[in-house]
Design a protein around this ligand. Structure first.
Ligand SMILES: *Cc1c(COP(=O)(O)O)cnc(C)c1O
Length: 406
């Protein structure tokens, strides 16, 4: 019925996978979700602030007989995003936390206890490695890191007490796409829970739960918020893991504030358009960068040379706007000259907003299960919504400074 909408202005490059038949329905869903008669005809849910919720009677209070009972346990604003996200992600339920890292922490604590063993991908987001080696280790949970495309080594890494596998695709900074369905089916055969950080793709570009992920995590700070003005974590679970995820969220109490949730709901409406447009621009710049003599390699999942490209092509519905480039070896001073002089690319952490960013990443890159010994410096680029030619010019001027020209 909605197929007439299937080809919007965001056509993908020739090596992109076929358009997803489900997508037009998704765009319609994003714009119409989370409406309620309770909002008196206003299109958006209002921001409910508050701790106390008053009960009608002692009986209702004693039995907790009300849809909302206390601010920490949710309100109509948070419920609107949770429900909409669960439907988008194809999940049984969703929790919201004050940051992406808080959602990851809550998810991991919901599946592991003292004496357990976790398998964690080596290309995991840095602060998650710190969580594993710090807090989890302190509480008696052992962690083994494995390479993003582990082959037969993956099954061999399981122990009798391995309860969960934590994936992130593409990998942080180095962008390796993982065989999520393959790894998930091996993990499930061993009775382990599969968690995945799906921040790069969001459910728009990768259907994590359908691929076998039990708990899918998203830094809502990035594409969902979409404007670099909030911090939010989202974790959705299938029916097997939803009760314990909700339980752990309740016990930890690390919730998201209603203002940030309201802003994220605004981002939700335009998520599909923004991620696809950011991805389209990123691909244009990625292809251009490949032709530059200063660039040794471009690590974008949609490029054939990028590790795990075949998995991306098989499993993903499009390209995201975050990728990395390895430059030919240059001095640190030259690199600083290039980066310090950029006019449009901001230098800073996070991504997913409307503005393009660049970060040098070698100092942040920790790998213990795979080799990473590139001689040239590595940059991570995020492409926002500026004009593509303007962005290329900014980078071209940067390359000129890299070569020592003023
Ligand atoms: C930013 C990010 C996070 C953490 O999100 P915060 O909201 O900053 O805590 C987790 N995973 C990935 C892939 C990220 O990019």
């Amino acid at each position: 019925m909605l197929n007439a909408l299937a080809q919007p202005c965001t056509a993908q490059a020739a090596d992109a996978p076929a358009p997803d038949a489900r997508r037009p329905a998704t765009q319609t869903f994003l714009t119409h979700a989370a409406r309620s008669k309770a909002f008196h005809g206003f299109v958006n849910p209002p921001i409910y602030r508050g701790s106390t919720v008053l009960f009608d009677s002692m009986d209702d209070l004693v039995h907790g007989r009300a849809e909302f009972t206390y601010g920490r346990k949710g309100n109509p604003t948070t419920q609107a995003l949770e429900k909409a996200w669960s439907e988008l992600a194809g999940a049984a339920g969703t929790i919201l936390c004050g940051s992406g890292l808080a959602a990851i922490t809550t998810a991991l604590l919901s599946v592991a206890r003292a004496g357990d063993h976790l398998l964690v991908v080596d290309t995991v987001y840095g602060p998650v490695r710190a969580l594993c080696d710090g807090l989890l280790e302190r509480f008696g949970v052992a962690v083994t890191y494995f390479p993003p495309d582990p082959g037969a080594g993956f099954e061999a890494a399981f122990r009798d007490n391995t309860v969960a596998v934590y994936l992130e695709s593409p990998g942080s900074l180095t962008m390796e796409v993982q065989d999520i369905p393959g790894l998930a089916s091996i993990a499930h055969a061993r009775g382990a829970c599969v968690l995945m950080d799906n921040t790069w793709a969001t459910p728009i570009l990768f259907d994590a739960h359908a691929a076998g992920v039990d708990i899918s995590i998203e830094a809502g700070t990035k594409y969902l918020g979409g404007a670099s003005d909030l911090l939010l974590g989202v974790a959705s679970a299938n029916s097997i893991y939803w009760p314990r995820l909700l339980d752990t969220h309740r016990m930890l109490g690390c919730i998201a504030g209603p203002e940030d949730v309201f802003l994220a709901l605004r981002g939700f409406r335009t998520l599909d358009l923004r991620i696809r447009e950011s991805g389209r621009r990123a691909l244009e710049i990625a292809h251009w960068l490949r032709s530059r003599p200063e660039v040794r390699a471009v690590l974008h999942p949609a490029l054939e040379q990028s590790p795990g490209h075949g998995y991306w092509k098989r499993d993903y519905h499009g390209a995201g706007g975050l990728f990395s480039v390895i430059l030919e070896p240059v001095s640190r001073k030259s690199l600083a000259r290039m980066l310090d002089g950029l006019r449009l690319f901001g230098m800073g952490y996070s991504w997913g907003g409307f503005e393009s960013l660049v970060t040098p990443i070698d100092h942040d890159l920790v790998r213990t299960a795979m080799a990473w010994n590139q001689s040239g410096p590595t940059l991570r680029l995020y492409i926002g919504l500026e004009d593509v030619e303007d962005l290329k010019q900014d980078l071209a001027e940067g390359f000129s400074r890299l070569a020592g020209n003023p």
